[in-house]
Write a protein that binds this ligand. Sequence first.
Ligand SMILES: [Zn+2]
Length: 324
Amino acid sequence: MPERYDPTIGADAARAFFTRSSKTEIAHGYLFIGPSGVGKKSFARYLAQSLLCDGNGEHALGPCGACRSCVLFGHEGQSAHPDFIEHVGALKIGETAGAGFATTGDTTSRDLIRQLAMQSYSGGRRVLLLADVEFASPAAANALLKFFEEPPTGVTLLLTSSTPAAILGTIRSRLTQLRVAPLSRDEMIRLLAQRGFPYDAVERVLARARGSLTRALELLDVDAEAPHAVIARWFDEAIVGRTPEANWATRESLDEGLLAIKTLLKDAIAAPFLGEGPGRNIDLARGLKAFEKIDDAQRLARTNVSPTMVADLVRMAITGLVTE
Ligand SMILES: [Zn+2]
């Protein structure tokens, strides 16, 4: 079963590290750190499949792709392998009482503890992947602390994080840390070409994606969407005080974008008087002031001030204008 995309692209250091290792040398836990969208999860899944594979001898990296374990492992996060447990995102602590595991995907720290206390399905190794790991509360982290200190025999822990500083030091210190770097320009071009994106579209988003495949895919999506819809979404977020990324603000689109924002602002100010937008209150004085600031931004847009900075000025002018 060939991999559609090479899951080790970008993870050069980690690939070199595990290529040198044999299964018997695997430590009880690893933490993959690096910016989001650079392939930490893909690498960790690939490593998990390799460690569980029955057909690759003692190799820590590189599954055979054909054994029963590999077949169960499946593709792209669709694993049905009973000895591979994966959880993505924040972990809650969970209920003390109650048997059985959450089947909704909302796995909690306590579910994991119960699951890890059980015997392996195959009698061999089990792998727990906590991707983009975050703990919803200190209690949720503390509940797992004992397992990080002393994992049950045969359990390998794999964690990924773009914000390792947010993970308890006591947990981090139990893990071997490996860095996954942003993808290079060539790697990005190759990965996006494999996904069928034409070179000129890829070229437009490369710089803004900063080596993150996830971000590049988002930007390619945004580019395909009608520009006005993108600006409207940005406006809706900014006006309630969030800080959306101004993907729409490029040298070419800035002028048109600022005009569109003026229209959106006009509509937002008028909405309460027209009986629209129930429950939304707009600060009228600040709303009018925001127009002046957008005028300033339009003037700035004709200079060589960066489009992102112009967008940010506009965002600050409209931020929190509306309370939900
Ligand atoms: Zn295999």
